[in-house]
Design a protein around this ligand. Structure first.
Ligand SMILES: [Zn+2]
Length: 302
């Protein structure tokens, strides 16, 4: 066997399907009503990702914006035709804690209907824009369950200036005993009494690949849990149109190491085993640990 990392634990590979002008870091610069004016890059980038996955024999979960699906239904059909899981990233990338419970319900209902209509498969999963289910928006779990979602992957149990709920469980848990919805948090590494992000995103581009590989390996070996990895189509696209008039910090986070990302991804696809969320974490198989953590992060809001 050529794969040398914890071959018995298959992790979940995920892609958040949004374009370079829709990211939270540029939200002050790019108005939502102007999105249609920006050149689209998501079609060619998803196409390349599907090629990389096919080369590695990996199937994955694509959390897709309703806004993208409506405009580029061919992208959605290509994802489904490749044997991948289609899931919801909300309609237009609005953070959960800046929505009301009622507007959130409308958003996830509308997006689920759009994706199911185009993709022809039931939508089971949801990922919030910018991991925006936190202490301000725990009510979202109940609404997701009521609207027919089986799982969420919307909590990042780290400290970060834009998102995160560092006190939340690092592993799959049931947020409420009122329903069976599970939350599957992005992978972190527990080190020096902190949870360090180790499941993709900007950190994966910034840190040397060897560090990320070590962290992912440790989650398999120490925690004996599947890793959950995420990235975006614009992260493999160094030729995307640039915004030079945004704060340095946002620019750095968005543009650092875009040109080496594809090679890093190929390495992570080669060094570990990956599959779709709904296969790695079947919701009927939450396990004992779900029950153990149930009370720790139980929602109080109804
Ligand atoms: Zn996103």
């Amino acid at each position: 066997m050529s794969r040398h990392e914890s071959p018995d634990i298959t992790g979940a590979m995920t892609v958040d399907v949004e374009d370079y002008f829709q990211v939270a870091a540029f939200a002050d610069r790019v108005k939502r009503e102007d999105w249609d004016n920006y050149p689209c890059r998501v079609e060619r980038n998803v196409d390349r990702i599907l090629g990389m996955f096919a080369d590695s024999g990996v199937t994955a979960t694509f959390f897709t914006l309703g806004w993208i699906a409506e405009r580029y239904p061919g992208v959605v059909r290509q994802i489904v035709d490749g044997g991948h899981e289609l899931a919801s990233h909300g309609y237009e990338h609005i953070k959960v804690h800046s929505q009301t419970p009622e507007s959130f319900r409308q958003d996830i209902r509308r997006t689920k209907a759009i994706l199911e209509d185009i993709g022809g498969q039931r939508i089971k999963g949801y990922r919030a824009a910018s991991f925006s289910i936190d202490q301000r928006s725990l009510w979202a779990f109940d609404i997701l369950a009521e609207e027919g979602y089986d799982y969420s992957s919307s909590v990042y149990p780290i400290k970060h200036d834009h998102y995160g709920m560092p006190e939340a469980s690092r592993f799959t848990y049931r947020p409420s005993d009122r329903h069976t919805l599970v939350e599957v948090p992005i992978s972190t590494l527990a080190l020096f009494n902190r949870n360090l992000p180790s499941g993709g995103g900007g950190y994966f581009r910034l840190l040397p690949y060897g560090v990320s590989r070590w962290a992912l390996r440790r989650i398999g070996e120490r925690d004996r849990r599947p890793a959950i990895f995420y990235f975006h189509p614009w992260e493999i696209d160094p030729d995307q149109p640039r915004f030079d008039d945004v704060p340095f910090r946002s620019r750095f986070r968005h543009y650092v190491n875009l040109s080496t990302m594809e090679n890093r991804l190929r390495a992570v696809l080669r060094d570990f085993q990956w599959d779709r969320m709904d296969r790695v974490f079947p919701s009927s198989d939450c396990g004992e640990e779900c029950q153990e953590t149930l009370t720790a992060t139980s929602t109080s809001a109804a």
